[in-house]
Design a binder for this molecule. Sequence first.
Ligand SMILES: NC(=O)c1ccc[n+]([C@@H]2O[C@H](COP(=O)([O-])OP(=O)(O)OC[C@H]3O[C@@H](n4cnc5c(N)ncnc54)[C@H](O)[C@@H]3O)[C@@H](O)[C@H]2O)c1
Ligand SMILES: [Zn+2]
Length: 345
Amino acid sequence: MHTLTLSPPAGSSTSTRIRIGDHAISEIKNITKNDENIVMIFDEGIRSIADDVASKIPNVVQIPVASGDVSKSLSEVDRIVALMLEHGCTRKSLIIAVGGGMLTDLAGFVASIYMRGIPCVLVPTTLLGMVDAAIGGKTAVNAGACKNIIGTITHPTDIFIDTSFLQSLPLPQMQEGLAEMIKIAAITDAPYFEWLQAAIPTFLKRDAKTIDEAVLLAVTAKMKIVEQDERDRDVRLLLNFGHTVGHAVEALSGFKISHGKAVSIGMCAEMNIARCSERKSIEHLLALAGLPLTIPEVMKGHDLWILMQSDKKNQQGEVKIAVPKRLGEGAIETISEKQFASLFA
Ligand SMILES: NC(=O)c1ccc[n+]([C@@H]2O[C@H](COP(=O)([O-])OP(=O)(O)OC[C@H]3O[C@@H](n4cnc5c(N)ncnc54)[C@H](O)[C@@H]3O)[C@@H](O)[C@H]2O)c1
Ligand SMILES: [Zn+2]
């Protein structure tokens, strides 16, 4: 097992201890001794994993949440807060969040606002949760059609990344995580990218050692970015690689194309616009992971452009993309509708 410490930039008080490895969850019993009330909020789709975690924490109060992004809402926050009050939770209580990115975003948000903030421990159970959503302090719920529009940046005290949980994760969910792993490697970490080129086939066969190493390298890469820039002011913006076009593709499909697949398509389109020299090798790795590379033919360039302009990260109608200029080295570029339209010519 590996233990890492994430120290956010000055101004943020907490640092996070991250344990990574096969059966890392067994360590959780050591951190939950002094808390008054422990509440485990979990995705009810993974009850057997949640039962395993609960068995290590005496007298834990359990709050199940229905699977799916629809649970990332203020009404769900309200329901959870009411249950915590009923159970007598105070400022000294602790929340343990067990589930994928949906659950850790939601439970992390509740912890950040309950009685102005109580400590939180994350136990991500999806690959995307382990390498992306749990790392970096972003918590959020959705409102109306707007994703992640209400939230905080509040770091958990501890994260337990037990890679054995991935053995039950369906392939499409693994691919959601892989898209973000390839993204971060391509734009910030060339040695990790080269390592992935050799490791993806073994990874897809769920070899436990390869999965451990891949997750450890991805978490380390994301930590490096978050430690420099927690609030998307400079280097963290590079993690939007693939997301400018990707979010538009996801929305225009009515969310039928998953986030990871849309980001994969987005990375290819953005590299094409910016004429990236490494485009072929990045596309090859995405294809090896079984991810799609092209915008569906039914989608019109102008419709995507309108959605890209309205993205909350773009201002005054400008559209920015983050692309790797060289492997592991990213830059932000502003693009015009004409450049984007050239993809459809
Ligand atoms: N905070 C951040 O920085 C950040 C970053 C990226 C994504 N996100 C958020 O993460 C969410 C998506 O996360 P996700 O892809 O993990 O989806 P998810 O949390 O919705 O989980 C997907 C499905 O996998 C199931 N599942 C979870 N663990 C499992 C396991 N070990 N075995 C079998 N099934 C399992 C769940 O029950 C669910 O049905 C979105 O809400 C997104 O906005 C947040
Ligand atoms: Zn993403």
